[in-house]
Design a protein around this ligand. Sequence first.
Ligand code: GLU
Ligand code: ZN
Length: 514
Amino acid sequence: MPARVLWDIVHIMDSTEKAAGNVRARYAPSPTGLQHIGGIRTALFNYLFARSQGPGGKFLLRLEDTDRTRFDERYVKNLYETFDWLGFRWDEGPDIGGPAGPYIQSERFDLYKKYALGLVEQGRAYYCFCSPQRIEEIRKQREEAHSGESGYDRHCRTIDSVEAGERAASGESYAIRLKIPLGETTRFHDRILGDIEWKNDDVNPDPVLLKSDGFPTYHLANVVDDHLMGITHVMRAQEWIPSTPLHVIMYRSFGWEAPEFCHLPMVMGQDGKKLSKRHGATSIDEFRKQGYLREALVNYIALLGCSYEEGKDLYTLEELARLFRMDKLNKAPAVFDYKKLEWYNGQYIRMKSDGELAGLIMPYALEAGIFGKGGPDEDQKKIFTASMALVRERLVFPGEAPAKLAYLFAEPPLPPLEEFFPKKADTGATVALLEKALPLVSKMALMDDGDAEQYIKAAAEKEGVRLGDLMMPLRVAITGARVSPPLFGSLRLLGPDVSEKRVNRAIAALKGAL
Ligand code: GLU
Ligand code: ZN
């Protein structure tokens, strides 16, 4: 097909696709790895930016899967699952009607080729017939000569265009390279970093746009798609800065307006090095498996290099979307603080209702087998849900709860007898304390916290013992440990009979040692 015709068609398409005055942002991951903190931070900021614009803002998802050697379907699945879990929704895709897309570059390969051919026709790109062997030889020669030069030697740039066209038409294998205008400077403005300038002669010499197998390079597909999709703002990781001058030259070669660029500061570990596995979990999957709540992750990631309102730590996704401003992005690298993320997790756990939290913890409880064989019966389910009030304030991760709650569903193993002893007490004194506590237990199991506290306080006073000395052995008898969820709530959930039984068991055990 004559390239010119298509060129014009595509231009008509462009102008209708690009809605003037609206913001269109995108996340454009290459599915070559699991979604990690850095990538999801980019996705989140783009998402928030689009949403902050109200109905005029659109957020697109585009799979940049041009690198077929590093592609893995697993990573595509991971991307969708991560988006789903975090609650990110993209706005449109290639399928008109029905639940939309995302855009997938491997389904658009013909399009990129046509654009590359269009540039050749305009004299802004050219056919390169060099064999891979030749390219490799230049590289070697330069290395040996320590010339300091790198990349292509522009060998085919001077081939007469008619001759080159004939060679390509006759079936000779070719790549298409961008003809970088030499002796010029390329400038662009970055929303965070300000004006950036590159001498064209320092840009990678005439990079390949279309490979000899007809596949586009990342640069070609990225620029063509950002243009066709009417992307107004490219917000991406700072490691893409070196590619941006090339992209700006490409926009100019195509005769297109470049989007605004905004390169996000790095995310570092606390040692000042780029966040990596050495620091801890980095993939969203890992955080999820560790028991991080999506709200905590989203909230914390949103703060990596951006500020919202003064004096507030906790934001929902909706609030963030309303408050996000590009000019609140920081220039300085963000430091990822695992402890702070844990704190967020604890905060969001505290916000869960009993039912919600029980739902989060149940898989861990089943895995730990705390209900005995066959899973929880109806009574156990009720106790489990009610027990959330006992642990909510003490959890960082849902997975910590089953060990803390097991005593509610089975008699805990009897701890070493010294565990029962209050300070300075011996076995005899401890038995005496438990015998004083025994008659209180069945009543306290029917009281609310306030009443139970009053009741046991009064009893301690009357008996002339310290409240703590009365409570400590009782706590160990009921829960099996000195450090446990609250005693009064435990008594209520266990009920008078079981509570009394446990105190009797402890008394018997201690007496046996007298
Ligand atoms: N595919 C690139 C990546 O994996 C996208 C860079 C960009 O956003 O332009 O990060
Ligand atoms: Zn060549």
